[in-house]
Write a protein that binds this ligand. Structure first.
Ligand code: ZN
Ligand code: ZN
Length: 336
């Protein structure tokens, strides 16, 4: 089978021929149809995850079909449509796992970071962690929902978003465009904050009522003028400066949820935080209950990612474009 491998940090992606692996007890072999290209894959290539293992096959936006099941697997069955997200597996018995927050498990294994992911024709997954893909979602659309979709959908829920509130989305890339679509589908008023003025047309087309170009206006000032500020700010761009600049544009009692990981620190004054009873939080990916909720919501509310389909061989090129900030929408590697 064809496999795209990162041998070591700060190297490049190499296409290799490998034997198709055999699923062991409790495992399934997934025939990968599509795998989205996530910003975290670039972080794998750059060696930014201290817990990363190498060599590694990146990719945690996997959508495919169960090709084969190992011993002691009752579910899923051969032929089932399934996906794999960031959460490859967790310990299953720690406090966080038992309360349903397995994505926070200290013994987490991460698809495409500590375990081989979806940049290949077949991948091994623990049967219990495969997510069923609902009818009505094709593989290429389901892929990006496994990370980009899950992260923003779950992030908004974790931030305590309530119907009718104002949501500001920082960045209009793979996560950001989905954040606008989810926020609209959940009945929000939406603003997009971007340093790229030519993204305004796309933001409006996706349903944003307000576009804040940070090259000409401070994000916080523009948000305050938006009927008193955003109730929720969804920060998808990997820039802590953008977060710092937008934070004081939160309405009182508002929450900024950080989803993109960038270098540096988020800064705000104590007065700003305490005086307005504002909240600053982060939210990583999600647990199995969350991926199922994301897929279910997406299919019933017609939230479909904007994608560009490319062959596996273009994986390295896509990550280069992403690194240069030139990748638009979500690139999806098509494996069949
Ligand atoms: Zn991701
Ligand atoms: Zn655990």
């Amino acid at each position: 089978m064809k496999t795209a491998v990162v041998q070591k940090p700060q190297s490049s992606i190499v296409i290799e021929d490998r034997p198709i692996p055999e699923p062991k007890s409790g495992e399934v072999l997934i025939r990968v149809h599509a795998c989205g290209v996530c910003h975290s894959d670039l972080d794998v290539l750059l060696g930014l995850f201290p817990f990363g293992k190498y060599p590694i096959v990146p990719g945690h936006e996997v959508a495919g079909v169960v090709e084969k099941i190992g011993p002691n697997v009752n579910w899923p069955a051969v032929g089932d449509r399934v996906g794999m997200a960031w959460l490859f597996s967790s310990c299953g018995h720690c406090k966080l796992c038992t309360q349903g927050d397995e994505v926070l498990c200290p013994f987490l294994e991460v698809t495409g970071v500590t375990k081989d992911g979806g940049y290949q024709e077949y991948m091994i997954a623990p049967a219990a962690y495969a997510a069923p893909i609902p009818d009505g979602l094709d593989f290429a659309e389901a892929g990006p929902l496994m990370c980009a979709g899950l992260t923003v959908f779950n992030g908004m829920r974790n931030a305590g978003y309530r119907v009718g509130q104002k949501v500001a989305v920082i960045g209009l890339g793979g996560l950001g465009h989905l954040a606008v679509l989810y926020a609209k589908a959940m009945g929000a008023r939406v603003a997009v904050i971007s340093n790229t003025p030519d993204k305004e047309a796309e933001a409006r087309e996706l349903g944003a009522e307000h576009f804040i170009n940070t090259q000409s206006r401070k994000a916080a000032d523009a948000l305050k003028d938006w009927d008193g500020g955003a109730d929720v700010i969804v920060a998808t761009a990997p820039s802590t400066e953008a977060v710092t600049d937008a934070f004081s544009g939160l309405a009182p009692d508002g929450t900024l949820v950080l989803l993109g990981i960038g270098p540096g620190e988020v800064k705000t004054s104590a007065l700003n935080l305490v005086g307005g009873r504002r909240h600053l939080m982060g939210s990583p990916s999600g647990s199995r209950k969350d991926i199922r909720a994301t897929l279910d919501f997406s299919v019933h509310n017609h939230v479909v990612p904007r994608i560009t389909k490319v062959p596996l061989e273009d994986a390295g090129k896509m990550l280069e474009l992403m690194h240069a900030g030139k990748l638009r929408g979500r690139a999806v590697l098509m494996l069949r």
